[in-house]
Design a protein around this ligand. Structure first.
Ligand SMILES: *[C@@H]1O[C@H](CO)[C@@H](O)[C@H](O)[C@H]1NC(C)=O
Ligand SMILES: *[C@@H]1O[C@H](CO)[C@@H](O)[C@H](O)[C@H]1NC(C)=O
Ligand SMILES: *[C@@H]1O[C@H](CO)[C@@H](O)[C@H](O)[C@H]1NC(C)=O
Ligand SMILES: *[C@@H]1O[C@H](CO)[C@@H](O)[C@H](O)[C@H]1NC(C)=O
Ligand SMILES: *[C@@H]1O[C@H](CO)[C@@H](O)[C@H](O)[C@H]1NC(C)=O
Length: 440
């Protein structure tokens, strides 16, 4: 793991402290079982001069040296910690289409249902005062460990993709924008404790949303599970050894019966793996080598170059937990569709995004679908292949063609195709495991 990633992200210090001491000692003591986070410009901070001075660079270097203490703390938790499990439910519990995890933010912890996103690194939550936020907001004022990040931090450059002027002339908070299609939000990069199961990760860096436009931004925030610099796996350092897995319950479930399991403890012993592929241009994404698809007994005729991984164009296949319906490049999808229709009794009709719908009375003879990856074949359970119309009369092939344009090179294995499977991401050993597991 790249240690420079951690260089500045935790400016707070390890201390022993009583619960409500407003300015706990900054000197690390021998007992580091308790943590508090002091914002760099907070009133308790020794660095709280109103304006960075010429010794700014030296100060930053000094802060970075404390990072080893934080890493030592996180490491000390590893040996003794039992497995960490965070409950997951389909997003309909908060009226959205993506899966959500129950996590707590701040001190004391505030419950948020955050969308799981394996293709994004930076987490974000709506914060109180947010314009146009419509769901539960995180009250940063009532958290004793909250602090906004200054523009001159290295995290700010990572998130904005822009550095602040080197002369330190910008001392304001780190603001950044994100857009998703036509929707967008603006946020203040901040840090606070993140509680996952029984684990508390101090000084977690995330975006505190202050303004939202549109309806597609996750209403209670998003947990970035990608593999880039600001993601959970990177920010938790040695704590989870770069390993996590999830099981998404049935899309129709209303329960938090799924789980996000963090760290190597409690992961399936027998599971098949496929190698992870790395694209330096898209460092967050979990690319895998999809080598073919079988429908029923028929190997779908797909030219190998249509599935080929190409870091330069971005082509290939990713596993994603936030996209709802799997998408394939048009030629691949059309071949799958033809093979599927060949083995299913029509007539076929369209419904919304789905173009291969048929009467449910023919569902029991519909073919199974197998995805072939290097070293791993996975037979999709029927509920991961077909979706039903609300009237219950039609069954539709629950996949779609990626938009037909020159940028359309990516195949996405989405969450509807992942129900009741355990998907294990082992970043350390650069592999993904998949095994059947009922978690309804
Ligand atoms: C947070 O608290 C401060 C001081 O009490 C207050 O001025 C501010 O409006 C509060 N912010 C929000 C978003 O509630
Ligand atoms: C964010 O977007 C708003 C509205 O488009 C713009 O005024 C603002 O400058 C942007 N902020 C940043 C940090 O990019
Ligand atoms: C929120 O963003 C919109 C669009 O950029 C802008 O018009 C509006 O003034 C912003 N509201 C606040 C409170 O910042
Ligand atoms: C993907 O699998 C195909 C077929 O086995 C192989 O030829 C190709 O080299 C693999 N690609 C990568 C990037 O591993
Ligand atoms: C579908 O069936 C037709 C006619 O039997 C055959 O020519 C075609 O190759 C089949 N396509 C697929 C993808 O199986």
């Amino acid at each position: 793991m790249d240690s420079t990633i951690f260089a500045f992200f935790f400016i707070g210090l390890l201390t022993t402290t009583r619960a409500f001491d407003p300015c706990p000692s900054l000197k690390p003591k021998s007992d580091t079982s308790d943590l508090s986070i002091i914002h760099i410009y907070g009133k308790c901070s020794p660095f709280s001069s109103p304006k960075p001075s010429s010794s700014w660079a030296a100060t930053v270097l000094n802060m970075a040296s404390k990072d080893s203490q934080r890493m030592a703390y996180l490491s000390s938790l590893v040996s003794t910690k039992p497995k960490t499990s965070v409950p997951i439910a389909p997003g309909q519990v908060i009226n959205i289409g993506n899966y959500v995890a129950r996590v707590k933010v701040g001190t004391p912890g505030q419950l948020m249902f955050m969308v799981l996103d394996t293709s994004t690194d930076t987490a974000y939550v709506p914060c109180s005062g947010c314009a146009n936020c419509k769901s539960t907001m995180f009250s940063q004022n009532t958290s004793t460990t909250y602090g906004p990040l200054n523009c001159a931090t290295s995290e700010c450059a990572k998130v904005r993709g822009l550095t602040c002027p080197a002369d330190g002339s910008i001392i304001g908070n780190c603001l950044f924008n994100r857009s998703y299609g036509a929707d967008s939000f603006s946020a203040t990069l901040s840090r606070d404790s993140l509680q996952l199961g029984d684990d508390i990760i101090p000084g977690y860096v995330f975006g505190c949303i202050g303004n939202v436009s549109g309806n597609s931004i996750p209403p209670q925030g998003l947990l970035g599970l990608g593999r880039g610099p600001m993601s959970l796996m990177t920010q938790s350092g040695p704590l989870y050894s770069g390993v996590f897995s999830y099981c998404l319950p049935s899309f129709k479930s209303y329960y938090f019966s799924g789980s996000l399991r963090l760290g190597p403890n409690g992961q399936p012993k027998t599971i098949k793996y496929t190698p992870l592929l790395t694209n330096p241009h898209r460092p967050s994404l979990y690319y895998v080598n999809l080598t073919g698809i079988t429908v029923g007994q028929v190997k779908v005729p797909i030219a190998p170059e249509l599935l080929e991984f190409n870091p330069n164009t971005g082509a290939g296949t990713v596993i994603d937990s936030r996209t709802v319906i799997s998408q394939f490049v048009p030629d691949v999808y059309n071949a799958i569709k033809e093979a599927y229709r060949n083995q299913t009794q029509g007539p076929f009709s369209s419904l919304g995004a789905f173009d291969t719908c048929f009467s449910v009375t023919h569902e029991d003879v519909a073919p199974k679908m197998t995805l072939h990856f290097t070293g791993l074949d996975i037979v999709l359970p029927m509920e991961n292949t077909l979706i039903h119309s609300s009237a219950g009369t039609l069954a539709c092939l629950a996949m779609a063609s990626a938009p037909n344009n020159v940028n359309s090179v990516l195949n996405v294995i989405a969450n509807l195709q992942q129900q009741n499977l355990r998907i294990l991401f082992d970043i350390t050993n650069s592999r993904v495991g998949i095994a059947r597991e009922i978690c309804n």
